[in-house]
Design a protein around this ligand. Structure first.
Ligand SMILES: NC(=O)c1ccc[n+]([C@@H]2O[C@H](COP(=O)([O-])OP(=O)(O)OC[C@H]3O[C@@H](n4cnc5c(N)ncnc54)[C@H](O)[C@@H]3O)[C@@H](O)[C@H]2O)c1
Length: 270
């Protein structure tokens, strides 16, 4: 059901790779709620071509940009304002990748050029995106910027590897930039800490299938789906959450505050 919550709002959505992507679902929901946007992803991710399908469905244009590259970002932000006919009201940063994880390097045996690259993609890019938008004064007052994160920033999930450190950094950027952007322009900045979700990025983590089942059993409401996460993003982009900023918001069916559930306890009975 749609409520026209984003009628007249304009934005940029980073990170829709395929129909499982959280950004893909968010783009579909934003469209249903009356928002208009530009889709963007790394040029290399576009080769798969699936994003064209999403662009057609949502009546949106695509501008390729490597989110670690300032020139690409400057071009993206300027062109987006031209295409959309004004400043932005919302931005979704839905980007993450660890080269150490991809190459099977253990946390205790990192290759630091991989570490640096993964940090730049997963955390540094969030600062870069916001700095370019800030310096171009490309955001309307009361606009909303959201990035996606995971609870490994607070607690250890060993196979999450250096992505845990990247997510801590990402969450810290949201707080720090949220302060400056709030003071300067009344723009809000938050991170959503999402349940494990079956996507390309998610399933790259070792033992992900077992982990997603564990998380399901440890969450009173069960794991939150990508679609539910998209709906949460809509609420944060809407005018109904104008005073929420500098927060890390858990969207995880209660996992983060649960010590144990009855169904997990029962697995240990004799
Ligand atoms: N899937 C999960 O379990 C889960 C849980 C919590 C948080 N998240 C976070 O959600 C976000 C979206 O991931 P997803 O699960 O939808 O997976 P996904 O693989 O569909 O999306 C990740 C996106 O990052 C993009 N990307 C990678 N390098 C880039 C670059 N240099 N420039 C621009 N884009 C680049 C990819 O092309 C892809 O579209 C990530 O931040 C991820 O860490 C995922």
């Amino acid at each position: 059901m749609a409520y026209n919550l984003l009628k007249g709002k304009r934005g940029i959505i980073f990170g829709a790779l395929d129909e499982n992507s959280i950004a893909w679902k968010t783009a579909e929901q934003v469209h249903a709620e009356g928002g208009s946007f530009v889709l963007t992803n790394a040029p290399i991710a576009m080769r798969m071509g699936q994003i064209n399908e999403l662009a057609n469905k949502t009546n949106s244009e695509i501008i390729p940009a490597d989110a670690t590259n300032l020139e690409d970002l400057e071009n993206l932000i300027s062109k987006s304002m031209e295409i959309l006919g004004g400043k932005l009201d919302f931005v979704l940063h839905s980007i993450g990748m660890s080269v150490n994880v991809r190459k099977g390097k253990a946390y205790t045996d990192q290759n630091y050029s991989f570490t640096h690259e993964g940090w730049d993609v997963s955390a540094g890019s969030f600062h870069k995106v916001m700095q370019v938008i800030y310096q171009k004064d490309a955001m309307n007052e009361w606009g909303s910027i959201v990035a996606l994160t995971y609870m490994a920033a607070q607690r250890v999930f060993p196979d999450y590897n250096d992505m845990a450190d990247n997510k801590s950094y990402l969450e810290s950027i949201a707080r720090s930039f949220g302060y400056h952007y709030g003071i300067a322009k009344k723009v809000r900045v938050n991170t959503i800490s999402q349940s494990p979700t079956m996507t390309t990025a998610g399933s790259g983590v070792k033992g992900f299938n077992e982990f997603i089942n564990y998380s399901e059993e440890m969450s009173p409401l069960g794991n939150a789906s990508a679609l539910a996460c998209a709906d949460y993003c809509i609420s944060l982009f809407s005018d109904l959450t104008k005073y929420v900023t500098m927060q890390n918001l858990f969207h995880d069916g209660g996992f983060s505050n649960t010590g144990v559930t009855q169904s997990v306890i029962e697995k240990f009975s004799d």
